[in-house]
Design a protein around this ligand. Structure first.
Ligand SMILES: Nc1ncnc2c1ncn2[C@@H]1O[C@H](COP(=O)(O)OP(=O)(O)OP(=O)(O)O)[C@@H](O)[C@H]1O
Ligand SMILES: [Mg+2]
Length: 252
């Protein structure tokens, strides 16, 4: 597998999004390769989430293109992207607090299939129940599977949130701060889970995180955003040694 023969999974080209005078995303280009775990770091307000939302159809970019497996997906709705195998987690929790952990996963999958809520409780669940149970097991949520998600600890809810993104067997998952607010003892567990899911399914992930140890350990390559622009892209080792990154962000 030489780089020249492998086509990128995701190509983002000259993406721009402004809010009035604020250039939140100011000409961002990058590629994510199949099977790659791609980190996005940068100071607060540097445009990471806006870039995510522009890629994911949550907001419409002012200009630029996004292509998945060579096909233009710019401006497609989150649901349309979900059908093409793109999943996400949000910076803030998106679990349904009054539903059980297992039902949260089932609803996430139903959303992907675009079918009615009623099917959730129909006898033939097209293997979704088994898939939910497998993820519950993998995320070590078995003991709380039938508990309301809202009753769980914040860290456990975060795990449910992440598991939900994997119900649709996505080719690409975008995770916005999977470790935010999570007890440090759980951070290593989240990292191991993501590595395992990446190994097993060969899916690609884009991960925004402020936890530098987590990003450096997990990601194959890292993009550094500052003031809406790409300051650098490289391996963790390259990023750690990059003078511009050290000056502008890592602060050494
Ligand atoms: N809906 C909006 N309306 C106006 N300004 C916005 C909006 N969303 C984001 N911004 C601005 O765009 C810039 C980038 O914000 P964004 O949330 O993308 O940063 P971020 O890198 O994700 O930050 P953080 O690390 O704090 O999550 C900030 O200046 C922010 O205030
Ligand atoms: Mg953000």
């Amino acid at each position: 597998m030489t780089p020249a023969t492998v086509a990128p999974l995701l190509s983002v080209s000259d993406l721009r999004k402004s809010y009035g005078a604020i250039r939140a995303v100011d000409g961002v280009s990058f590629e994510v390769m199949p099977g790659e775990i791609f980190g996005v770091i940068g100071p607060n307000g540097s445009g990471k989430t806006t870039m995510f939302n522009s890629v994911l159809g949550q907001i419409r970019p002012n200009s630029g293109t996004v292509a998945l497996q060579g096909r233009d997906i710019t401006g497609l709705s989150p649901l349309a992207l979900n059908h093409r195998g793109v999943g996400r987690t949000f910076q803030t929790l998106q679990v349904f607090g009054k539903m059980s952990v297992r039902d949260n996963l089932l609803v996430a999958a139903q959303e992907h299939k675009g079918s009615a809520w009623g099917r959730l409780f129909s006898p033939g669940d097209s293997g979704l129940g088994a898939k939910a149970d497998a993820l519950i097991e993998k995320f070590r949520l078995g003991h709380v599977a039938h508990q309301r998600a809202g009753e769980l600890s914040y860290g456990q809810q975060k795990l449910v949130d992440i598991a939900m993104a994997f119900m649709s067997e996505p080719v690409l998952v975008l995770l916005d701060e999977p470790c935010a607010g999570v007890n440090p003892s759980l951070v290593g567990g989240i990292s191991s889970l993501l590595k395992e899911l990446n190994r097993e399914h060969q899916g690609s992930f884009i991960v925004i995180e402020h936890n530098m140890d987590f990003v450096m350990d997990l990601c194959h390559r890292i993009l550094v955003m500052v003031e809406g622009r790409v300051l650098a892209v490289g391996t963790p080792t390259e990023i750690r040694r990059n003078k511009a990154v050290l000056d502008a962000y890592l602060g050494n």
